[in-house]
Design a protein around this ligand. Structure first.
Ligand SMILES: *Cc1c(COP(=O)(O)O)cnc(C)c1O
Length: 396
């Protein structure tokens, strides 16, 4: 393999590129996770994540990918055979539903077309029909990373309350957290699931549960057979900053640095930056004459943009071309939309020029791969970015 000059553009919607400050924090010597100095690291991470989830309630941190924290959410709160209501927003919602089945739960899947977020009205209607309150939980994906659609979590909570239903609200915000607005306490979420390698700007390897008192009580009283994922095992040592087994020590150093960086920028500024980049990416797609997969106005994601390929053209062949010629990794289409869409990640430690470079890579790739399109996508994105001063600069 010959050397490729310049840096690789990792523009998949997670893992996202890791900032130097985080890499440096991770590269310090591993410490004794039962020694006296560790308590500060552990407490800082647990407290810090409360501020990111916007909660005063409990946080659990696992040395696992996000999928592990999905499992933790289900096995700590649900019992075998329990009915749960899940919503088909895309590939990740489908995987979570399949996991629930394998664990012996009885998920009911509200069908979706993968082109928008969860519809609270349909959830409310289903809950109203459940007069015996057999449904134990409502599970939605906040930012559906396979489609680039956002579910209105606060409205889902309102729907549950409007139906007068006691089901727990569980939310996968693996790719939403620290990129788009998420408010655990204010929105009345019972269990939130997240991971390290998306908005949190870390390498893969840490996952999170934020847990309401109500959900924690469910866990203490019942749930399924479990060991590694048990919240109560975690809660004891966590109180003093320790863990029941070896935590991802170096990733926790990185997490504390990432949390500090998010607060230096200001969480609301981080969200505004992502929203602005999402809008600019969509302006580029429209100018190319291509179609954004999400077609629900107001539910388009600031984390990534999924783009439909013109009929008869392979998204995977296009991605291979952009990787070969421009050293940029774009996200692939998953399951139902395999080879039909490519995904542009614009999350994490990311700025205007990085977005322009990314969109230039796409536009060059469209030309090189002979995909029918109009010129001017990058120019349209620049118009949008140039017209509005970034809010994060005004309020800094
Ligand atoms: C990335 C992602 C997952 C899976 O997380 P892993 O860390 O790969 O296990 C699940 N849900 C969503 C929405 C994601 O973006």
């Amino acid at each position: 393999m010959s050397r490729k000059a310049g840096r690789h553009f990792l523009q998949i919607p997670g893992p996202s590129a890791v900032p130097d400050r985080v890499l440096r924090a991770i590269s310090t010597q591993t410490m004794d996770h039962r020694g006296p100095d560790f308590a500060e690291v552990g407490l800082r991470a647990l407290e810090g994540m409360k501020s990111i989830f916007r909660t005063e309630q409990q946080i659990f941190i696992y040395p696992s990918s996000g999928t592990g924290a999905w499992e933790a959410a289900l096995v700590n709160t649900m019992s075998e055979g329990d009915r749960i209501l899940m919503y088909e927003t895309g590939h990740f919602a489908t995987l979570w539903m399949k996991m629930a089945k394998r664990l012996g739960l009885a998920p009911e899947f509200i069908e979706g077309d993968w082109r928008g977020g969860a519809d609270p009205d349909r959830i409310e209607a289903r809950l109203r029909a459940d007069t015996g309150h057999e449904i134990r939980a409502v599970c939605v994906v906040h930012n559906e990373t396979s489609t680039g659609s956002v579910s209105p979590v606060a409205d889902v909570r309102r729907a549950i309350d409007a139906a007068g239903h006691p089901a727990l609200l569980m939310v996968d915000t693996i790719s939403g957290l620290a990129s788009i607005d998420f408010r655990f306490d204010e929105w009345g979420v019972d269990v939130a699931v997240s991971g390290s390698q998306k908005g949190l700007m870390l390498p893969p390897g840490l996952s999170f549960n934020a847990v309401s008192e109500k959900a924690f009580e469910h866990g203490k009283a019942g749930g399924m057979r479990r060991s590694y994922w048990d919240w109560t095992d975690m809660a004891g040592p966590n109180a003093t900053g320790y863990f029941p087994y070896t935590p991802g020590t170096n990733l926790l150093y990185g997490l504390n640095e990432a949390i500090a960086m998010l607060h230096e920028e200001g969480l609301d500024n981080v969200f505004a930056r992502h929203a602005r980049h999402g809008a600019a990416a969509r302006a580029a797609v429209r100018a190319w004459g291509l179609e954004v997969l999400c077609r629900q106005q107001g539910q388009e994601s600031g984390v990534l943009t999924a783009v439909l390929m013109p009929e008869g053209h392979s998204a995977d062949a296009f991605r291979a071309t952009t990787l070969r010629h421009y050293d940029i990794s774009l996200g692939n289409g998953l399951s139902k939309v395999a080879d039909r869409v490519f995904r542009v990640g614009h999350l994490g430690d990311f700025n205007d020029l990085m977005l322009i470079a990314t969109l230039s890579g796409v536009e060059l790739g469209l030309r090189r791969a002979g995909v029918p399109h109009r010129d001017g996508g990058v120019a349209a994105a620049m118009d949008l970015l140039g017209a509005a001063a970034p809010e994060e600069l005004e309020t800094a």
